[in-house]
Design a protein around this ligand. Structure first.
Ligand SMILES: *Cc1c(COP(=O)(O)O)cnc(C)c1O
Length: 398
């Protein structure tokens, strides 16, 4: 924004999503410009020396800062209510950069068991090599979180709602536990976005995003971000600037365009998802629907309290085990059979043999990934068309 009297605190999320972060250049452009430049120049040798020495702020190199990336960072920080945001090349790079910045060998992470698969690999396989260990607990069980904390625990890490079963954790209560033990709480807010849940306001210290999902919302680019206080984000910035998982200006611009419609899209995703969940719950070929918007969800009251919407990812248990689930997936003609989500196009997948296929049978059982489970990430097609697409397979099973 150009106006000097711009106060982010006074503006609503919809306004910030369209306006925040953009300071017009001397060209007086209306849309956000894409700065496709790897480096920046100085008016003199002395100015270069001051900028390299950190005495004078300003751009040096796009691995450090880039004006288009900065607009995205400031806009997302405003939406999440954070002091600062650092953008990254992917959601996984956001998680890696956070951990590299804030933890060292010997430190411990306590994380929920129901995490994105690559996050589990990062924690267990790669961080383990450098002496950082992770304990996994049941997401909603606050006593289990507390019991897993030791004096070496530096970070608590959770996704809420979880994928694909929509389990929740009480963010405010978990933040209190983390702080009582001197640890930080990071929430991966990919599934709800700041349009539906603002973890920092509930007490979390860090918010992680895969911008690849709903922030873009149209399946076009890979990116990520970390949002939080200046203190921790300065460390995260140091990692990104030095190690290099920076966001490209072009992708930042795509995400800026995504943010402009975030609130509208998320509301439409939620409306479609709730209506589809209710319809599926009543279908005789469906055994159970996992969605925090349904009154049958065991944590529906918590969802109403800490979320302003329920998101658009449904876990649907279909009669007939794997054969039943696959037959419903294969009978669709409209939905995309893919493991991705957070797109205007509805996607459908069989977690037990795709996203969670690497888990042992025992791990699947403890994570609730049954053979009959299908995950549907509900997009923005017309509801009646989505119902018809699923009815083809479901009616054959009923
Ligand atoms: C996709 C995803 C990630 C990883 O993001 P990428 O952009 O694919 O690296 C992390 N967390 C959650 C919850 C995700 O869905």
């Amino acid at each position: 924004m150009q106006q000097d009297d711009f106060h982010a605190d006074a503006l609503s999320l919809e306004t910030l999503a369209v306006r925040a972060g953009h300071v017009r250049t001397a060209e007086q452009e209306h849309g956000e410009p894409i700065f496709t430049t790897s480096s920046f120049v100085y008016r003199s040798a002395a100015e270069a020396a001051r900028k390299f020495g950190g005495e004078e702020p300003g751009n040096i190199y796009s691995r450090f800062t880039n004006p288009t990336v900065r607009i995205f960072e400031q806009r997302l920080a405003a939406l999440e209510g954070g002091e600062r945001c650092v953008a990254t090349s992917s959601g996984m790079a956001a998680i890696l950069s956070t951990v590299l910045a804030l933890l060292e060998a010997g430190d411990e992470i306590v994380a929920s068991r129901s995490l994105f698969g690559s996050t589990v690999s990062l924690f267990s396989k790669y961080l383990g090599k450098f002496g950082i260990t992770t304990r996994y607990v049941e997401l909603g069980n606050l006593e289990a979180w507390e019991a897993a904390i030791t004096p070496r625990t530096k970070l608590l890490f959770a996704e809420t709602p979880s994928n694909p079963l929509s389990e929740l954790v009480d963010i405010a209560a978990l933040a209190e536990i983390a702080h009582h033990h001197g640890a930080l709480l990071a929430i991966d807010n990919c599934f709800l976005t700041p349009a539906l849940q603002r973890p920092l306001a509930l007490g979390a210290d860090l918010v992680i995003h895969s911008a690849t999902k709903y922030l873009d919302g149209q399946g076009r680019a890979i990116g990520g971000a970390v949002v939080g206080r200046d203190k921790e984000l300065e460390e995260v910035f140091g990692v990104v600037r030095t190690c290099g998982p920076c966001l490209s200006p072009f992708n930042a611009w795509i995400f800026l365009k995504g943010l402009e419609t975030l609130s509208l899209r998320m509301r439409a995703h939620c409306d479609n998802a709730l209506a589809l969940a209710q319809w599926l719950e009543a279908h005789p070929a469906v055994e159970r629907v996992h969605y925090s918007g349904l009154e049958s969800h065991p944590q529906h009251a918590l969802a109403r309290q800490q979320q302003s919407g329920f998101g658009a990812v449904l876990g649907v248990e279909i009669r007939g085990e794997r054969e039943g689930a696959w037959s419903v997936i294969d009978a669709t003609q409209l939905m995309s059979i893919t493991g991705n989500l957070g797109d205007v196009k509805t996607t459908i997948t069989h977690p037990a043999t795709t996203t969670h296929g690497r888990l042992s049978d025992e791990q699947k059982a403890s994570a609730g990934i049954r053979e009959g489970l299908v995950r549907i990430a509900v997009g923005l097609e017309a509801l009646d068309d989505l119902k018809a697409d699923l009815a083809r397979g479901l009616d054959a099973l009923a």
